[in-house]
Design a protein around this ligand. Structure first.
Ligand SMILES: NC(=O)c1ccc[n+]([C@@H]2O[C@H](COP(=O)([O-])OP(=O)(O)OC[C@H]3O[C@@H](n4cnc5c(N)ncnc54)[C@H](OP(=O)(O)O)[C@@H]3O)[C@@H](O)[C@H]2O)c1
Length: 248
């Protein structure tokens, strides 16, 4: 039996895209689940489906993680789960229209979701329940910023940096939690639907299978698909007078 069987996996942002695919992947490996996203009906349908098909225990909590008034109750619910083996903090999104300078509202919403809410969850997990691994989802945008999704890129960059610092904090104190920072390339989801992308688009199920394979081995920053590491390294080495001409 896999050592992860019947251990609990927390997925924040579990109702669609990558979070939904991770829920299916882990349920399929006999893991119990704890699912968080905003829509209670979506969560109830996923709980019913996964607990029936895979005979695992699925708990769910409908909550807007950016709503500070809900955060104490969310923390209580997380405590009530007991030990969590793997925490996947997947929720994220963009609030700006294509080709626009984001207004203050969009910048605030982007920081609230992609940075503050995820950081608050990470901090809570590290200081209370000590999951073996915490996954945060960053983006290739942090190494190759471009003139689109400005607020989203800034918020993910802040998250990526915070997670790297937290990893060092944990290492210095010889704590056991691993921090995984996934810099995700293009993935087919509501997020990318309708966009004219110049690189191949991964499927969420394929990303979830990869994350399952590396769950106990990888730490720190990594890319999926892996070739984005090379593309980002090349993009970072391009001088500005050429970079400014790129359309991607
Ligand atoms: N797709 C890509 O190409 C791509 C590329 C790079 C990075 N990423 C990152 O990868 C992650 C997953 O992306 P995805 O494409 O799978 O996204 P998605 O399909 O839009 O799913 C986002 C999930 O987060 C939940 N969520 C959103 N806002 C929330 C909030 N305020 N409180 C609680 N839950 C919330 C959503 O459910 P509810 O709406 O019901 O709350 C949903 O379950 C995100 O962090 C994204 O930024 C995606």
């Amino acid at each position: 039996m896999d050592p992860m069987a019947r251990q609990r996996v927390l997925i924040v942002g579990a109702s669609s895209g990558l979070g939904r695919a991770l829920a299916e992947q882990y349920a399929g490996k006999n893991c119990d689940l704890a699912l968080v996203s905003r829509d209670a009906r979506d969560l109830a349908a996923i709980r019913a489906d996964l607990s029936w098909r895979f005979r695992v225990d699925v708990r769910d909590y409908a909550c807007d993680i950016t709503d500070r008034s809900r955060q104490p109750a969310l923390r209580e619910w997380l405590k009530s789960l007991g030990s969590v083996r793997y925490a996947c903090l997947v929720a994220g999104g963009t609030f700006e229209g294509p080709g626009n300078i984001p207004d203050e509202g969009a910048i605030q919403k982007s920081m609230d979701l992609n940075y503050f809410a995820i950081v608050s969850l990470m901090n809570g997990l590290v200081s209370s329940s000590f999951p073996e691994t915490i996954l945060v989802v960053s983006s290739i945008a942090v190494t190759a910023p471009r003139g689109a999704n400005l607020a989203y890129t800034a918020a993910k960059t802040a998250l990526d940096t915070y997670a790297q610092s937290l990893r060092h904090f944990i290492a210095v104190r010889k704590m056991n939690t691993k921090i995984q920072i996934l810099r995700l390339g293009y993935m087919d989801s509501i997020f990318t639907r309708g966009l004219n992308l110049r690189f191949p688009v991964a499927q969420a199920a394929e990303v979830a299978r990869y994350l399952w394979r590396i769950r106990d081995t990888k730490e720190g920053v990594f890319y999926y698909p892996g070739y984005w590491w090379l593309i980002c390294a090349v993009l970072q080495s391009i001088p500005w007078f050429l970079y400014r001409r790129l359309r991607f």
